[in-house]
Design a protein around this ligand. Structure first.
Ligand SMILES: [Zn+2]
Ligand SMILES: [Zn+2]
Length: 258
């Protein structure tokens, strides 16, 4: 079975020092057959990729590693209500293989430093988080929604005990997002960043039940040590009843049996 990691940040992302060469060498040693670089594009933080340089770098890596590893050009674009036209315009004349749409900021506030959650009751903050994702879906053309359960990464920051959370409270919000994605021909990613918080059977089952088929796997790596062979992800998909996962080529999903 072909294994492909569809969420890798090279040093084109300001928060990563991973060179494309290092990522390729690590991927080959892990037995992966394909990598898709998905560097950050975040208008609100003025993080924009120089497309020409990015593409040249991937082409150079292809020259070096192309015999052992297929390399794709992707992007992780942060949803941003105020810049959706700018984002769409940027994407329009580029030739990306794959685009992840991810929520990193909401209502103009940063999720990662806790700003978004401050002063809100947790249930309200989490419901708002899913609501903002839902509202963001039509904002530009992306291939899959990134890390739908990102809020789990903030438990420590928010001093939340994970076992106190009643996830069923958010079921409707999550299902509405998945339904909308499916209707628009967009997929989800199973984000396999350690400690595998996004490996959420509840979400995977909903997606399967609702008829979702497009799902990519990615480690969201920013350094070589966090890259892995993603076996837990493939296993989870099989358990839920998926028979395929996806890779992309020029924004078209291709199904790979698992
Ligand atoms: Zn992200
Ligand atoms: Zn990422």
């Amino acid at each position: 079975m072909k294994k492909a990691d569809y969420h890798i940040h090279s040093d084109f992302s300001p928060d990563s020092t991973l060179t494309m060469d290092q990522a390729c060498e690590r991927a080959i040693s892990l037995g992966l057959e394909e990598l898709c670089f998905t560097d950050h594009f975040e208008i609100a933080e003025d993080i924009r990729i120089d497309y020409t340089k990015y593409r040249q770098a991937v082409f150079r890596a292809r020259e070096r590693y192309g015999k052992q590893l297929s390399l794709k050009i992707g992007l992780e674009v942060g949803f941003d209500k105020n810049s959706q036209h700018q984002i769409q315009e940027y994407l329009e004349d580029k030739d990306f293989d794959f685009v992840i749409g991810s929520l990193h900021r909401a209502e103009g506030l940063d999720l990662f430093n806790g700003e978004f959650f401050r002063g809100k009751e947790l249930k309200v903050a989490f419901s708002d988080y899913f609501k903002v994702i839902h509202e963001s879906i039509p904002s530009f053309d992306f291939s899959v929604l990134g890390h739908i359960t990102l809020i789990k990464r903030f438990f420590l920051l928010l001093k939340v005990n994970p076992s106190d959370i009643d996830w069923s409270y958010y079921d409707e919000g999550i299902q509405a997002i998945l339904q909308d994605l499916i209707a628009r021909g967009k997929g989800i990613e199973l984000n396999l960043r350690n400690p595998l918080l996004d490996l959420d059977f509840r979400v995977l089952r909903f997606y399967k039940e609702l008829g979702g088929e497009i799902i990519t796997l990615g480690t969201d790596s920013h350094h070589t040590t966090s890259m892995h062979a993603m076996e837990e992800g493939f296993q989870a998909l099989r358990e839920v009843g998926f028979r395929y996962y996806c890779v992309f080529d020029h924004l078209k999903p291709l199904f790979v049996s698992i």
